[in-house]
Design a protein around this ligand. Structure first.
Ligand SMILES: O=C(O)c1cc(C(=O)O)c2c(n1)C(=O)C(=O)c1cc(C(=O)O)[nH]c1-2
Ligand SMILES: [Ca+2]
Length: 559
């Protein structure tokens, strides 16, 4: 079975992939270099596995590998065990979903977790399911949230010290975000930490302190009771400082004039004690968010040397278009930069990392629109609410020292509308139309040097990029695009060295692994996610694109 040791060492053990992110820090870096810049052009598919059926929607999954078996989740809360040598199915489990599930942004799932002899994943009706790794039969099942109130789960769980740690989705329905730890073997609750100020936490069945102290310090009236801040992308863990890092989504509703204040802890990064659920520090990227700039993006630990000292840093590329480097021991801001062009909502960052707002560019600002703020004139905001970066994870190369950030260059007309909370109904109070800003590209893969704070190279993609990135010691960066290609780049220069079309758009995160001296690359193909649902005109950049649902595995053929 999979042990805590296996998970902590996942980044170094190349024969298996036992965690989302290729290690709990989420660097998505592999020390493998059997495939490298010289031979990557010969990379060839060895098998493809179909998810089958009619349930072919966005496939955002990162597969896991243990003892010759691949565990890969699919849309509509399905999971498959596949033989890594032959691509043959060993078992399949379909969660039976009730009518009335409410995922905001497609019926996706980003991956599973492994622990002991269990495969654990979250389902769209906000349940956590643990299956027997050999048979796929359920061992335990727990309800994490009320799906009828808008709770769902799309993220891969994280395993830390025998606990399975999860977030929740539902920010667009006014749920209350939370991070929870359960005993991975039994599913029994250990702690629960709500992420909106004023809500009570729990540890071993006892009350464990109100999040942020008294309710309503940074929210007006009762707004904190339906404040959103969903932890919908899951988290990372850094063993060096023994902290969990979880991001929190948009405050609810989107209309910021209905909730004056910073609205803690929405649009923030939280550092949480993995044993108790206590919040150790927070860093809010977008206080009083008015653009749906969820702050869920992964915070990835890395160390660098400066003046002979090792800096224990962490970086995150926010939906709001800024890239941040923080001190991961205390959450203090070190440096930041905009990683998208023509940003409109902020003029830059203050010394503490908070944004310098351009208040004229806040949707529905009564001062500039002359209305009651409940409606307000439309403004053109860059980036759009789908973000400078959305869910798709970046990678960090230990060789180049760069972060590889999948980003998008686009804007939106956004305006405010009146809205009241109603259980199970969308809670936005805003309308929007996403628009491109450049003719030749929306997607942009960027190499960012976190120490100099500069962009080293950029690859422009016609359609928005919506998949994760992988860096390898072979001086390669892998990612897929909605046009259907698995692509490989020179990590130092950004030169495109290889592409292969998988037959549907790619919105998933690649992995690489080795067996008997050969290196393999695996990626899931299947167009979907938020763009076809919410992208409007922008989604047309992906015309001639068929839906799908398959796993592709590649290697260099033996000559
Ligand atoms: O606030 C939330 O709870 C929440 C959840 C999710 C999700 O679980 O997929 C997304 C979003 N927000 C969101 O704002 C968003 O743009 C988005 C895109 C996607 C996707 O998978 O393509 N999910 C989500
Ligand atoms: Ca959201």
């Amino acid at each position: 079975g999979v042990t805590d040791e296996d998970i902590l060492n996942d980044a170094k053990t190349t024969g298996d992939i036992v965690s989302y992110g290729l290690g709990p820090q989420g660097q998505r870096y592999s020390p493998l270099k059997i495939v490298n810049t010289k031979n990557v052009k010969s990379l060839s598919p060895i098998w493809s596995f179909s998810f089958g059926g009619e349930k072919q929607r966005g496939q955002e999954s990162q597969p896991l590998i243990k003892d010759g078996v691949m565990y890969v989740t699919a849309s509509y809360s399905r999971i498959y065990a596949v033989d890594i040598a032959s691509g043959e199915e060993l078992w399949q489990y379909d969660a039976r979903l009730p009518d009335g599930i409410m995922p905001c942004c497609d019926v996706v799932n980003r991956g599973a977790a492994l622990y002991g002899d269990l495969v654990i994943f979250g389902t769209l009706d906000a349940k956590l399911v643990a299956l027997d790794i050999k048979t796929g039969k359920p061992v335990w099942r727990k309800t994490v949230g009320d799906y009828q109130a808008g709770y769902s789960m799309t993220a891969a769980p994280l395993i830390v010290k025998g606990k399975v740690i999860t977030g929740v989705s539902g920010g667009e329905f006014g749920i209350v975000g939370k991070v929870e730890a359960r005993d991975a073997k039994t599913g029994e609750m250990i702690w629960s930490r709500p992420t909106v100020e004023g809500h009570m936490g729990y540890l071993n069945g006892k009350e464990n302190g109100i999040t942020g102290g008294k309710a309503g310090k940074t929210w007006p009236g009762d707004m904190w009771k339906t404040g959103g801040a969903a932890t919908w992308l899951g988290g990372t863990y850094d063993p060096e400082v023994d902290l969990l890092f979880f991001g929190t989504g948009n405050p609810a509703p989107w209309n910021s004039h209905l909730r004056p204040g910073d609205n803690l802890y929405s649009a923030s990064r939280l550092a949480i004690n993995p044993d108790t659920g206590k919040i150790i520090w927070h860093f809010q990227t977008t206080p009083h968010d008015g653009w749906d700039f969820d702050g869920v993006n992964e915070l990835v630990s890395f160390n660098y040397k400066q003046g002979g000292k090792t800096i224990q840093a962490a970086a995150t590329a926010d939906r709001n278009g800024f890239f941040y480097v923080l001190d991961r021991t205390n959450g203090k801001f070190i440096r930041g930069l905009p990683f998208i062009k023509e940003m409109t909502w902020a003029k830059g960052l203050n010394k503490d990392g908070s944004p310098i707002f351009d208040e004229a560019m806040r949707p529905g600002n009564p001062a500039t629109t002359g209305t009651d703020g409940n409606k307000g004139k439309s403004v053109f905001a860059v980036p759009s609410f789908l973000g400078g970066k959305n869910w798709m994870p970046m990678a960090y190369s230990q060789d180049t020292g760069y972060f590889y950030v999948p980003s998008n260059e686009w804007g939106m007309d956004i305006w405010n509308e009146p809205v009241n909370y109603k259980k199970g109904a969308a809670y936005l109070g805003a309308g929007f139309t996403i628009r491109p800003i450049f003719d030749d590209h929306i997607g942009s893969l960027k190499a960012i040097d976190p120490v100099s704070g500069t962009v080293k190279w950029e690859f422009k993609n016609n359609a928005p990029l919506w998949g994760g990135v992988l860096a390898t010691a072979g001086n390669l960066v892998f990612m897929g695009n909605p046009e259907g290609y698995l692509m490989a780049f020179n990590a130092k220069t950004g030169e495109l060295l290889y592409k292969f079309n998988t037959g549907s758009g790619i919105v998933s995160s690649p992995i690489t692994w080795d067996k008997d001296g050969e290196q393999y690359v695996t990626i899931v193909s299947g167009w979907g996610g938020a763009i076809p649902l919410w992208g409007g005109e922008v989604a047309k950049r992906t015309k001639n694109l068929n839906q799908g649902g398959s796993v592709w595995t590649f290697k260099i053929p033996k000559s």
